[in-house]
Design a protein around this ligand. Structure first.
Ligand SMILES: Cc1cc2nc3c(=O)[nH]c(=O)nc-3n(C[C@H](O)[C@H](O)[C@H](O)COP(=O)(O)OP(=O)(O)OC[C@H]3O[C@@H](n4cnc5c(N)ncnc54)[C@H](O)[C@@H]3O)c2cc1C
Length: 318
């Protein structure tokens, strides 16, 4: 049996958690989905967990779990582990999923294998393939532990329907004050995002140093809005304070997989490509035909982005 930590945003299941659920279903028949919350989930979320193979759904209910609380969630998972003695605990290899799993590993004093692309379970040791160095290196590792703790690399596993019973039970975990010290207590909606998060955006218009400054992003904001997408950026941009870190794409930002990624004035450093290489179509606009991104893009425009974007916007408006 495998336990899967399911992340959610105010009841809406994280799509990456469904990928982790599918990874678990490919390994074992019995998969227990564990969700931490202060209330129950919407019916649609239970239905989704059943549709993607949860044999059982356990809801850890506690006021301290009203929003993302990594240590408290991990503490709740320790109770499930003690009760069910699973072969593995999996989670999505998102920043949040990895944080919960890191707490769990520390609490159980066990190793954690993050960003796995394949997993073979064994009695006393499991074999995993992990993405390292922003996905540029695949490492095969043996994890010597009777309980495997692992996260799945975003988009390495497809969320595959596998209908299951998904019986629901809930319990109140015992949380100490220290467990709820770190938790989300407030949310601020970023301006100009149109409410679409980077992770789920189908279209991302992303800017790098070549944009030239914060005011240069006006045309990227406009294009993103016209295409029903959102704006992303490189680390140079967030380091300079032109845009918030929440918009950073890459190894130390968000890993995205939109239908369309438009890279404007971004050179294509490996750490940036680590975050956008799963885009279905990548268009690069760059003055330098030899920039690394030009070699990986599906379509390239060798020109000044400040000349190209107004023309594209104009064409879309008329
Ligand atoms: C440990 C580590 C983690 C990192 N994590 C990340 C990460 O998560 N995300 C990330 O992005 N980076 C990350 N980096 C930084 C990364 O190595 C690069 O420094 C960064 O991605 C470069 O950003 P850039 O492409 O915007 O800038 P540059 O490399 O300076 O490229 C600017 C590009 O703009 C083009 N340009 C200039 N003017 C124009 C114009 N008018 N029109 C069109 N094109 C123009 C230039 O030809 C150039 O190709 C990380 C680095 C390290 C060491």
């Amino acid at each position: 049996m495998i336990v899967v930590h399911i992340d959610h945003d105010r009841g809406a299941i994280d799509p990456l958690s469904l990928q982790a659920l599918s990874a678990a279903c490919s390994l074992e028949d019995t998969v227990v989905a564990v969700v931490a919350t202060d209330a129950s989930l919407p019916d649609a979320s239970y239905a989704e967990l059943r549709e993607f193979g949860a044999s059982e759904i356990r809801i850890a209910t506690h006021p301290g779990l009203a929003d993302f609380a990594p240590a408290a969630t991990a503490r709740a998972l320790t109770e499930v582990v003690a009760q069910l003695q699973p072969a593995a605990v999996l989670a999505a290899g998102s920043a949040r999923g990895n944080e919960v799993m890191a707490h769990l590993a520390a609490m159980l004093d066990l190793p954690l294998a993050t960003d796995c692309t394949s997993i073979t379970l064994g009695a006393d040791a499991s074999t995993v393939t992990r993405a390292r160095w922003g996905g540029n290196l695949l490492e095969e590792a043996e994890v010597i532990a009777s309980l495997l703790l692992a996260s799945t690399l975003p988009h390495a596993y497809a969320a595959t329907p596998a209908s299951a019973a998904g019986t629901v039970t809930s319990w109140q975990p015992e949380l100490a004050d220290a467990d709820v010290l770190v938790r989300v207590v407030d949310r601020v909606t970023p301006s100009g995002s149109g409410g679409v998060g980077l992770g789920e955006a189908k279209v991302i218009v992303s800017g790098g140093r070549g944009v030239g400054g914060p005011e240069g992003f006006a045309s990227l904001d406009e294009l993103a809005e016209l295409l029903g997408g959102t704006v992303g950026c490189s680390r140079v941009v967030t380091s300079a304070g032109w845009r918030p870190h929440a918009e950073q794409v890459g190894q130390t930002g968000t890993k995205v997989a939109p239908d369309l990624y438009i890279a404007c004035g971004i050179s294509g450093a490996t750490q940036h490509l680590a975050g956008c290489k799963n885009s279905k179509t990548l268009i690069a606009i760059n003055t330098d035909p030899d920039a690394p991104i030009m070699k990986v893009a599906d379509y390239v425009v060798v020109d000044d982005l400040h000349a190209v974007l107004p023309e594209v916007i104009n064409a879309l408006r008329h």
